[in-house]
Unconditional design. Sequence first.
Lengths: 438, 89
Amino acid sequence: MAKKSKVRARSAQATNGANGSSVDDMLLAAMARGDSSFETGRFLVTFKEGAAKDAARSLEARGLRVADARDFKSQAVNVEDVGGADSLMLPEIGVALVSSASFAAKGFSVQDEIASDSPVESIDPEYFVFANDSTDYLRGFSRAVEVITRDMGSGLKLPIPELEDEEVQVAGATWGLIKCRVPLSVRSGAGTKVAVLDTGMDLGHPDFAGRSITSQTFVGQPAQDLHSHGTHCIGTACGPLAPAGMTPRYGIGHKSLIFAGKVLSNSGSGAQAGILAGINWAIANRCTVISMSLGSPTPVHPAYTAAGRAALNNGSLIVAAAGNAGNNSPTGAPANSPTIMAVASLDPNLQPSIFSCSGKIDIAAPGRDVFSSVPRPTRYGTMSGTSMATPHVAGCAALWAETSPGLRGMNLWNKLIATARPLGLPASKVGRGLVQAP
Amino acid sequence: MAKKSAKTTKGAKHQAWVVTTSPDRPVADIAKDLSAAGFKVEQTLGEIGVITGSSDESAVKKARSIRGVADISPDAPASVGPPKSRDTW
């Protein structure tokens, strides 16, 4: 057909970056102009139903050269192949794609008042679309836009963003995960058993579909979490790599095997006997990490010290929350036992949270305004406490345990301490510093 | 003869206790001795060497001298605050 060959005769790559642009070219151009709106720069003209016949004519009347999908075999048109045409008509759906250069030049505008007798229904920007599991791409794109925009003033250089220096929050992960350098880690906690002794878990939460979950109750109520605390802590320690939709990543050991021990009732309290039974169960099941975001404002309890020792002797590490009684209050039990790792809470500015107990503290982690999973139907929520800091340590411990079979018990404890990021603050507040992922 | 139940005995307040044992003796043997002393054994946690149960003060006094008992302390409950609270432990 004469029309087809006329279109195809033109070069596929227009040099002015209009219809001949590849998607990558357009993305780079968007970054260069500091645009994170996800607009491609092209426009879509939607025609009224039945007005498609008039559509091409109305575009040509504006001086646009129109390519038509019908010119291509089976209407299989590659948008990049329309050569020098200013617009591509898609007759089956009544939509025309108009290049950025032509759009302005031919007098179009998205603010156009569309006359009632016009065949045009609507004029809208074209947007980039990403596959749902491309959160990494999206994250990188957003971050790149921010960083390149900031760097434009000092001459364009390709930056390699140092995450901990970035004040800009990356859309793809919680602040806590970023500070612990979790998104940069290649580890998943695969093969590592992580026990979380708490109010149980929402066992049907969609973010945990397909995960290995062993649940056990020690309080006479089903392990199903009707409180929320347990689900939130498990989310931080073991949540998924890429939660559905635009939800940021909030969990660390995304391939860890979850052991949800319900040692606290749905009202949030539990007898020590049940808590000890939970620890016993976790050790019997060879859990490498036992996370305990609970406690009592009491002195060192010998049974917890014995439990912590037994754990270490069996290749398990117990991490426990120091408590929220305030930074003039001493660490509570079980965290205050010498054989149990006590975790303090940090704010986003890496200062100790004002509620975080002090004294016997081994390590610190994000605990303020922590986003994580909660029971359905709400599915997500934000909480604060040394309770939230503790599963950050548990999750990072799982990632470290994955790096070597020798990192168990006391060796794992020592590795967490040795690799913690110093904060220039007293050990009584933050221990050796901020936990870091491998 | 009037039956004297433990509940009506004056001063026999039953409380939850946590017994920490030393590793030099099998924990099951220690549990047996505790029962004999009047301590109501509820859990014997072999991995961590801890026995939990309930007892009045007199049985606890006797139990403290059992070989292998390192410590007997009251059960200390823990809490994380009410459901769906933003501020926790």
